[in-house]
Design a protein around this ligand. Structure first.
Ligand code: APR
Ligand code: PHB
Length: 389
């Protein structure tokens, strides 16, 4: 088999890259080691920045998002006795959208399978080879068990945190930075209308809580818990009781409903540099992870592949390497901005048990809720800084 760009991984990064390249007349093949059903069932975060919505719309995969997604004009920041709304359009002229990443993935898969570039599920033994040459290849075993070779001009490693691409880049030298936060999130999906119009990020002495949503009838809620927490120890009643305590506010009530999914998520930051070795380019979770507090994971993946698509088009259509040469540095600048913002939100909102830290957090929350300059800084980062392609 031969293609221009071999793409490893059919998460949002790989699928959107394939779509953006196809729109510019560049061929690709996407290789995914899981089944379509598995990929479409994975529950992930759900906030899209303005530029993510614009990119998906321009790529022709934004119709259902525009129909079913919920445009949000702000968030609430809460600490005991106070729930304050940050009004994003007033602060920075932008909005965000609530639309599950799972739905973004489904839309991209549907479009791809309806006449788009090949997308092969359930492949195994994927190995990128000869990435230091201009004709790299990917070896893999297809779903029927046949050994295959995909000859390419370039390879995109969009295979997530546990993929095979990042180790190949790091073998040639590189660096990683990591921060493991001393807490985790317990997330639930529940069949109940959201009890709030905007997301609530709540600081509480017992720990952080987040009220998010997926639709007018489905809520997504999170509780800060300790990293070693066993999900079996959290009955639905215990979860709802803790949520009610942490979101408590006079005159407001949390509606409860049937819990349809629950899991414990680790909180960590990870950055791997460079995001390129020769003709192998990393994008999305393959190169970086952010804690979910800033809602940046998917948005960063979209920003990466927007830069990468433009760079690959320039390389493969015009034989000019300027954009691929600067790709890693330009992508990493945004990665570190989002890593900082995610760290800022995480550190401001999660309790550590230390009384001094708690006073600093409350002081920062009061500052963001009373100073327009401090609120604007948060709003600009949350809604997404402009992407300089
Ligand atoms: N071969 C082929 N595919 C692989 C391999 C492999 N060796 N290893 C992993 N994959 C696939 C995974 O099964 C997954 O479908 O690569 C895909 C990577 O997708 P994601 O993990 O979703 O990563 P990405 O596309 O970068 O999405 C960005 O945003 O909200 C965040 O963490 C969240 O995953 C999300 C990310
Ligand atoms: C979600 O809806 O899953 C979600 C929303 C906002 C976040 C993190 C997760 O900051």
């Amino acid at each position: 088999m031969r293609t221009q760009v071999g793409i490893i991984g059919a998460g949002p990064a790989g699928l959107l890259l394939s779509r953006l390249l196809a729109l510019q007349g560049i061929d690709s093949v996407v290789l995914e080691n899981r089944s379509r059903a598995y990929v479409e069932a994975r529950i992930r975060a759900g906030i899209l920045e303005q530029h993510t919505v614009d990119t998906l719309t321009e790529a022709g995969v934004g119709d259902r998002l525009r129909r079913e997604g919920l445009e949000h004009h702000g968030i609430y920041l809460q600490y005991p006795g106070t729930r304050h709304k940050l009004d994003f359009p007033a602060l920075c002229g932008r909005t965000v959208w609530v639309y599950g990443q799972t739905e973004v993935t489904k839309d991209l898969i549907t479009t791809q399978l309806a006449g788009g570039p090949p997308l092969l599920f359930e492949v195994s033994d994927v190995i990128p080879e000869d990435v230091d040459t201009d004709s790299p290849r990917i070896r893999f075993t297809d779903a029927d068990g046949n050994a295959q070779v995909l000859e390419c001009d370039a390879i995109a490693g969009t295979d997530g945190f546990h993929g095979v691409s990042r180790p190949v880049v790091q073998q040639a030298g590189g660096r990683v930075w990591e921060r493991t936060y001393p807490y985790a999130w317990l997330g639930i999906l529940a069949d109940v209308a959201p009890s709030t119009d905007e997301l609530i990020y709540a600081w509480h002495p017992d720990g952080f809580a987040l009220h998010s949503m997926r639709s007018p009838s489905v809520s997504r809620l999170y509780l800060q818990v300790s990293p070693g927490e066993q999900i079996e120890d959290w009955s639905d009643d215990r979860i709802w009781d803790n949520l009610a305590t942490r979101f408590a506010l006079d005159g407001w009530e949390l509606c409860t409903g049937t819990v349809t999914d629950k899991s414990v998520l680790p909180m960590r930051s990870f950055v791997s540099a460079p995001m390129r070795r020769g003709r192998l380019f990393l994008a999305g979770d393959a190169a970086h992870i952010v804690p979910p507090t800033g809602a940046k994971g998917l948005n960063l993946a979209v920003a990466d592949v927007t830069l990468l698509a433009a760079a690959l088009v320039r390389l493969l259509r015009e034989q000019r390497s300027d954009l691929v040469d600067s790709y890693s540095d330009r992508a990493l600048a945004r990665v570190w901005r989002c890593t900082h913002f995610s760290w800022f939100m995480t550190s401001m909102l999660h309790t550590s048990g230390d009384a001094f830290d708690a006073e600093l957090q409350l002081s920062q929350l009061r500052r963001v809720c009373s100073s327009e300059a401090a609120a604007r800084e948060l709003a600009e980062n949350y809604t997404g800084l402009p992407l300089d392609v």
